[in-house]
Design a protein around this ligand. Structure first.
Ligand code: FAD
Length: 410
């Protein structure tokens, strides 16, 4: 009797999902697996560069159909609207809002994250953000119209995390006619080493950025923000960069998640509640090699994607699952096109005393961004293709493996 193929569905074709889909297509035989990637957008969105897109730079966006051509991966351009792990189906809606369901045997959930408003009133209605392409393009349009105005339009960037710093410096550099204010809840760049903090301050001075420290924004209105002490700050465009959150779909489907909705996974990226569900990238909550949760980052998407792919291939084909490094080494922050900061961290995720700054750091960061794009958009490069057949018995053993504590083979 002919066996039905094992259906692998990958949700999200960002840094994690596109990488995992490409790797699985390379490693598993098409004779007994079929791989479908579901993504809302037709092209690969380089989230690492969305602040640059907003500020006016053009960024490459390879078509996903081209990325997966020749790999055997089926691309489904649709929005995921629900996940039902009991029935092993995901609900999707295409651009014409046509609803459909996709069944799976193994699911990789990699839907990334979006900006979090933390319940601050007015953010959704009045603020811009750079966490997704449509919102980055909306900001770009606004900045273009502000640049053409005479006399001192002001942009307020709320949040001095990495995204806020990169966004404020990029806008200040690309839009010299616009005055930029960066609002920091505590001390500017607090997690950085003293040297890197001082480098950051000098960059803000050089770019004419006003920094407001120890300032908490409590409400966003159309033309101003209101701070905790009652002060109102005028703003022609408020850019909200105060954190990220994930889609509620995993929680709604009954998958074990953290309070914030990230899927709780074991060391192999397998859901602790649903053994044929894996998560990678921003959607996954995993403890890294330093004993702390991995941060949402492109590097974490790489590590968790590699580990998820290794675990899926290992379990389905009866091979040993390699332990992929789950490290957090540091941060690479661009300060406009020609300046940057590379800050390494120690085993407790604290900044090491030294840092690299200036053009060298900017070049390294640009190299990392190029490499991330290349790695995700060339899924067939280098490795042998489709060498592994499934071990039917191993597929059927999926549940007992988790009952064994979710431990890796070997
Ligand atoms: C402006 C900015 C700068 C950043 N800079 C850095 C940096 O310098 N270094 C760093 O390490 N990290 C940085 N990050 C964070 C980094 O981009 C994320 O951690 C990374 O993109 C996570 O990868 P991912 O694959 O989990 O998600 P994503 O890359 O976001 O991919 C998720 C994919 O899922 C799709 N999707 C989402 N919801 C649905 C749905 N319901 N249906 C169908 N498809 C859906 C999206 O369209 C997307 O293609 C930055 C983020 C931003 C916004």
């Amino acid at each position: 009797m002919k066996h039905r193929k094992h259906r692998i569905v990958v949700l999200g074709a960002g840094y994690a999902g596109a990488y995992v889909a490409g790797t699985l297509a390379r490693r598993l035989s098409p004779a007994d697996t079929e791989i479908t990637v579901v993504n809302a957008e037709p092209d690969f969105v380089q989230r690492l560069r969305l602040h640059q897109l907003a500020a006016g730079r053009d960024i490459d966006a390879p078509q996903l159909a081209d990325v997966f051509v020749g790999t055997g991966v089926a691309l489904r351009l649709a929005r995921v609207t629900a996940v039902d792990p009991e029935r092993q189906v995901v609900a999707v809606a295409d651009r014409a809002d046509q609803a459909d369901e996709l069944g799976y045997d193994t699911l990789l959930y990699a839907l990334g994250s979006h900006g979090a408003d933390h319940g601050v009133p007015g953010v959704a209605e009045h603020a811009f953000d750079v966490s997704a392409r449509p919102s980055a393009l909306r900001l770009r349009e606004r900045l273009e119209s502000l640049s053409s105005q005479r006399g001192g339009a002001g942009v307020l960037v709320v949040g001095d995390g990495l995204t806020g710093i990169e966004t404020a410096t990029e806008i200040a550099e690309s839009r010299p006619g616009v005055s930029v204010t960066l609002v920091a809840r505590g001390e500017l760049g607090a997690p950085l080493s003293a040297g890197a903090r001082s480098h950051l301050r000098q960059a803000c001075v050089r770019l004419g950025i006003t920094v407001l420290e120890h300032t908490s924004v409590e409400a966003v209105e159309a033309e101003r923000v209101v701070c905790a002490d009652g002060t109102a700050l005028a703003s022609d465009a408020t850019v909200w960069t105060a954190g990220f959150e994930v889609s509620p779909l995993a929680a709604a489907g009954g998958i074990d998640v953290t309070e914030g909705g990230r899927i709780v996974v074991d060391r192999t990226m397998r859901s602790v509640s649903h053994p044929n569900v894996y998560a990678a990238g921003d959607s996954a909550y995993v403890i890294g090699d330093n004993g702390l949760p991995l941060p949402m980052s492109c590097a974490s998407a790489g590590y968790t994607g590699r580990q998820a792919a290794a675990a899926i291939v290992g379990r389905l084909t009866g091979r040993t699952i390699a332990n992929v490094k789950l490290g957090y080494l540091g941060n690479h922050i661009s300060l406009g096109e020609r300046d940057g900061i590379l800050q390494l961290v120690d085993g407790e995720a604290q900044a090491k005393p030294t840092y690299v700054g200036g053009r060298k750091a900017a070049r390294v960061k640009a190299g990392i961004v190029r490499m991330s794009l290349w790695a995700t958009s060339h899924p067939t490069f280098g490795l042998p293709t489709r060498t592994h057949r499934l071990e039917a018995e191993k597929v059927e053993e999926t549940v007992p493996l988790l009952e064994n504590g979710g431990a890796t083979h070997g």
